[in-house]
Design a protein around this ligand. Structure first.
Ligand SMILES: Cc1ncc(COP(=O)(O)O)c(C=O)c1O
Length: 375
């Protein structure tokens, strides 16, 4: 089918693999060559002692990175799988979840919870504005909810919710209500002290600030959530926390894991710990400050600066540039892409990632090219 006279365009005709596209979309992001090399290492049998060593080392490093002594699961899925896992494992049939919605991804998570047959109430705020502790407090005071879903960093609007303040309120007033947090575009790029925050499930996929190609998700599950899941029916098969916990005790996963990705994760975790998490977060902040200063001067920020994310910036297209055309031109000339606005924010905004192994020099180059195209 692919040989001989076939004139169909193939990916190899489109991509110069020696000079791959430079990605500034908010995931997948740029992956360095040394990380890619980890994915090319010979594989290991996933029930052997060598794999268990790799798994155990990786989990131990993740515990330090995420400030937890609780359960870490490596899931061969994208993060959306853990959206489903959190609600299927930890919300009973007679219980109701409060889904906080502040953008496209938090909206989707609410939809996923409903599609799993859970009772869901939504707490919606306008896109680009944060979900505040008092808003959640007002809902929880009804006594109706068993769990709350939060998105730490809304990748559609470039907004970081005040999750530390929310968690403080929840720990003081609602210690029994479970807290599920999507940290997909936050984990590693923003502070995350899991045990101190009192969260129950948090997760991310590795194609964001871990700077690894897509194909693996990291989840932290509290002992409380794990215990609860043992009594929740219809947890399903692939994302059953009980199976994950059983196999995690042997430093393994319930099904065949994405071993090459775990090698890359192990490698990235070692680098992160060497750098120190305070320095990693500061590096993200410096990149964000640089992009925000540029955005404010030339355009504007989509959300209030107080809540603007340190891992990506959603720029408000105040100059009315043709975003798709600008992306296209920069792709043609410089083999580089950044993100259009997400969903209903297309053309009204555009998004620039500054996370993982992207550097300040990378960003200077990109912003220079955007300046050139929009002068
Ligand atoms: C905040 C957020 N949540 C969830 C997802 C879905 O993650 P995945 O594509 O890894 O399933 C994304 C993807 O961009 C995201 O940004």
């Amino acid at each position: 089918m692919w040989g001989g006279d076939n004139k169909k365009k193939r990916v190899d005709d489109m991509v110069d693999w020696k000079k791959p596209p430079r990605l500034f979309i908010p995931g997948p992001v740029k992956v360095n060559e040394d990380v890619l090399q980890q994915l090319a290492r010979p594989t290991l049998g996933h029930r052997g002692k060598e794999y268990s060593q790799l798994h155990g080392e990786t989990v131990d490093m993740l515990k330090k990175i995420l400030f937890t002594d609780q359960n870490i699961f490596l899931s061969t899925s994208s993060a959306s799988g853990i959206w489903e896992a959190a609600v299927r494992n930890c919300v009973g049939p007679d219980e109701t979840v409060l889904a906080t919605c502040c953008g496209a991804f938090s909206d989707k998570w609410s939809g996923v919870a409903k599609s799993c047959g859970k009772n869901v109430d939504e707490l919606k705020v306008e896109w680009g504005t944060p979900t505040l502790p008092e808003m959640i407090d007002e809902k929880l005071t009804t006594g109706k909810y068993a769990a709350v879903t939060l998105v730490y960093n809304e990748t559609s609007t470039g907004l970081t919710n005040p999750v530390y303040e929310i968690s403080k309120m929840m720990k003081e007033k609602y210690p029994d209500i479970l807290v599920f947090v999507d940290a997909v575009s936050a984990m590693v790029g923003l502070p995350l002290h899991f045990d101190e925050l009192g969260w129950d499930v948090v997760f991310a996929s590795v194609q964001k600030a871990f700077a690894i190609p897509p194909g693996l998700a990291v989840a932290v599950v509290s002992n409380k959530a794990l215990e609860k899941s043992s009594n929740v029916p219809n947890r399903g098969y692939y994302f059953d926390f009980q199976s994950f916990a059983k196999m995690a005790a042997k430093n393994q996963t319930p099904t065949t894991p994405n071993v090459p990705h775990i090698m890359a994760l192990n490698y990235q975790c070692e680098k992160l710990l060497k750098e120190g998490m305070d320095n990693v977060w500061e590096r993200h902040k410096q990149m964000a400050d640089f992009v925000r200063a540029w955005a404010r001067e030339k355009f504007d920020l989509f959300c209030d600066e107080k809540y603007a994310s340190d891992t990506l910036t959603t720029v408000k297209n105040t100059c009315g540039i043709n975003v798709a055309e600008t992306i296209n031109k920069i792709q043609q000339k410089h083999n580089t892409i950044f993100g259009n606005g997400y969903g209903k924010l297309k053309e009204q905004t555009f998004r620039i990632a500054h996370m993982g192994d992207i550097t300040l020099d990378d960003l200077k180059e990109l912003l220079g090219w955007i300046d050139e195209e929009t002068a």
